[in-house]
Design a protein. Structure first.
Length: 458
């Protein structure tokens, strides 16, 4: 039984893993509150609407009042890996739960973005112990947290630059509102919601930095109607922030490739054929762009993570999945030249991407040459990192793009070719030395590229 190191902040209950199951303890201190929450009917309603993670009672662990076996999230992701629309949907889910809680005389005691996870293209609230009874006249104590975890990254992305939403990687407890306000263009201040919830909020935080001065002003004189009005205002502010029209490096990648239609169709067929022979729980498509090659994987794996560096491409993919399915693909933003590290207290509160990933199949199409030439990462290190992302006997489908390919020629056009180690032989040797066995080499029609199927053996 292993305790989840990220659950130390909440004294109401802790998260444990026994290898297969996720268990949440209810501590005696939360006993009466949990009874009130359940008796209110809120939990049943949220379960019915699939707003919260499902669970069932099981044998209580030592020192706990009760223990719940919780539906496991297929792949844990973090807000700095989400696209604009994913953050927006997670924010709206949080506000909806707060509205539902207020209607029952309850409230959310925190509004952390880490309380939300994605089951495919559906956000779900996982911290079911965040509910408590609201005291009469009390403000929403999680208001500031919601603004820094959700509204700040959304406003920065919509009004300044799409990439700024990923500042939450720097500040995992939420982007400081004074930082967010200072980065926003002055025109954003003309938006009443942004001015009130971010700019003015940041000024008040500075004014009342000493909590004793805030307490002296009194904090328990807010009516329920006024509090509901604030939640509605936050909801309107969140909904009205629009995905920015912003060109990114790979947003139009599929319209700028040297594959013919026949070559693309053949590549899709090969991916599906390989996937059908190596089914499993988790497949990860690295450099997925808008997910064209993630689609066939979804037929043979319980969950597919479609990761790409481009926030616009990831957002397009997520919105497409939300509308058209399938519902078992999780698009994420991931810069493979600097993948999500372990963060938080003692470097253990948020796991690195590699720590969370134990894939049965890894897809790396038209990717290695970008890592090699653009990021300067040699084949030896690329192969070792891919090895770390796979479980025992996991399968890697990797594409080799030789120098004579037009895409590589374009990448080398403005620089001297000093890359003597960029050869097919060095590519294969690196994966062999990293602990892979090459199962198959496939020549691509209408192309000088080759697809390589490797199995992790070491």
């Amino acid at each position: 039984m292993k305790k989840d190191l990220s659950s130390f902040r909440d004294r109401s209950g802790y998260v444990y893993h026994d290898g297969e199951n996720v268990l949440r303890t209810i501590m005696p201190s939360y006993k009466e509150t949990w009874k009130q929450v359940v008796q209110s009917g809120l939990i049943d309603e949220c379960l019915s609407d699939k707003l919260i993670v499902s669970f069932e009672e099981c044998d209580a662990l030592p020192n706990s009042w009760k223990t719940l076996k919780v539906e496991p999230v297929p792949f844990i992701s973090y807000p700095y890996e989400w696209s604009f629309s994913q953050i927006q949907d997670a924010a709206l889910l949080t506000l909806k739960l707060q509205q539902e809680a207020l209607a029952k005389g309850l409230t959310l005691k925190d509004a952390s973005a880490y309380n939300v996870q994605f089951m495919g293209n559906r956000p779900v609230f996982i911290d079911i112990f965040s509910f408590e009874k609201r005291k009469q006249g009390e403000t929403w104590q999680a208001y500031g947290q919601f603004c820094s975890h959700f509204l700040a990254p959304l406003a920065l992305a919509a009004k300044k630059d799409l990439r700024l939403a990923q500042l939450s990687r720097q500040w995992i407890d939420g982007i400081p509102l004074d930082i967010a306000s200072s980065l926003l263009p002055w025109k954003a201040y003309l938006n009443p919601s942004i001015f009130m919830h971010l700019v003015l909020h940041a000024a008040l935080q500075k004014k009342y930095a000493d909590p004793r001065s805030f307490k002296s002003k009194g904090s328990r004189n807010m009516s329920l109607d006024k509090l509901q009005g604030i939640i509605e205002s936050l909801e309107d502010a969140t909904k009205n922030l629009r995905f920015p029209k912003q060109n990114t490096e790979w947003g139009d990648y599929y319209n700028d490739t040297n594959y013919t239609d026949e070559g693309t169709a053949a590549k899709l067929s090969i991916v599906e054929s390989i996937a059908s022979n190596h089914t499993g729980k988790l497949a990860v498509d690295l450099g997925a762009n808008t997910g064209r090659f993630s689609q066939p994987l979804s037929k043979y794996f319980k969950t597919v993570v479609a990761a790409d560096i481009d926030p616009a491409a990831v957002d397009f993919h997520y919105r497409h999945l939300r509308k058209n399915g399938p519902n078992n693909i999780v698009p994420l933003i991931l810069d493979l030249s600097s993948p999500s590290p372990a963060l938080g207290w003692a470097g253990e509160e948020r796991s690195s991407f590699a720590q969370r990933c134990e894939a049965d199949m890894l897809l790396a199409l038209a990717l290695c040459h970008h890592l090699f030439f653009t990021a300067g990462i040699p084949f030896t290190q690329i192969s070792e990192y891919f090895h770390s992302l796979l479980g025992p006997h996991g399968v890697l489908l990797c594409e080799f793009v030789p120098k004579e390919d037009s895409q590589v020629q374009r990448m080398l056009s403005a620089r001297d070719d000093v890359f003597e180690d960029y050869t097919l032989e060095e590519f294969q040797r690196a994966f062999y030395n990293a602990g892979f066995k090459e199962l198959e080499v496939i020549d691509m029609p209408d192309s000088v590229r080759t697809l390589h199927v490797f199995e992790k053996i070491g």
